[in-house]
Design a protein. Sequence first.
Length: 290
Amino acid sequence: MLVTWPYRHRHSPMERIDPRARWIFSFLFLFSVTMYWDLRFLLFFFVTAAVWYSLARTSFKETWRGWAFVFFLTGMLVVVNTIITGGGAAGIVPGEGHTIYSFSVTIPVVNWTVTLNLTIERLWFAICQIVRMLSISAVFLIIPYSMDPKLYGFSFRGLGIPDRVAFSMDLAIRYVPTLARDFQVTLDAQKARGYELERVEGGLITQVRRIAPLVVPVTMGAIISGEDMANAMDLRCFGIKPRTWVHTTEYHWWDYALIIFGVIMILGSIILRYVVGTGDFWVPTWILPG
């Protein structure tokens, strides 16, 4: 049996928007925001994403796990790839910049010298990177919590995607919560038999061997469930002819308005970036030393 993300009907403005329009707007937003490294433009997308996110009327208690992953991933990318190594800012931040703090340390075993050169430009780039990632996350993170799972497959098919691909994407979205459900069921069953996950000790090999009662059943269950679903679809001749969908939706004027806004947003971004030539990395002069 498939399970879904913790969706519940909230009578929110987001649920009145056609799922196809939501996907179209989300990807137009994604392509638009990735064109900029100028914080002045990124703040516009951040505010737009915040308004979009608020339309779903979800509480932080419902989405905190998703945000925890977003904050962890964003923190790792910013701290390691931008502030420490500077790899994320390569080719975007011009010049050496204005140094705030610098130090070097040598690893004696391999004789490597690691240098940290923290600059104002790199810190400002880190802020731009955070705003950019949070804007994208706010638009896409809210989808599984505010979109009826029954409409996944239909919305993908309504975007012109073939039936096989649309249904595969539907199953892919449901895979993570299904796997989590199977893991929890297996964990409860093993605890009832005296298994204690909290006491998994020893080296790496020992720990892997001791968690086998959890990993093996979940993995085998996922493989068997996939084969059962594939056999069931073959028995029903799935993919031979265009299929029909039980749940359908219709476009309304606000759906067209949302799509038009997204098209204007991406066309405006293309014009500003590649015709006017603005939107590159920018640092305000008031934070630079005189």
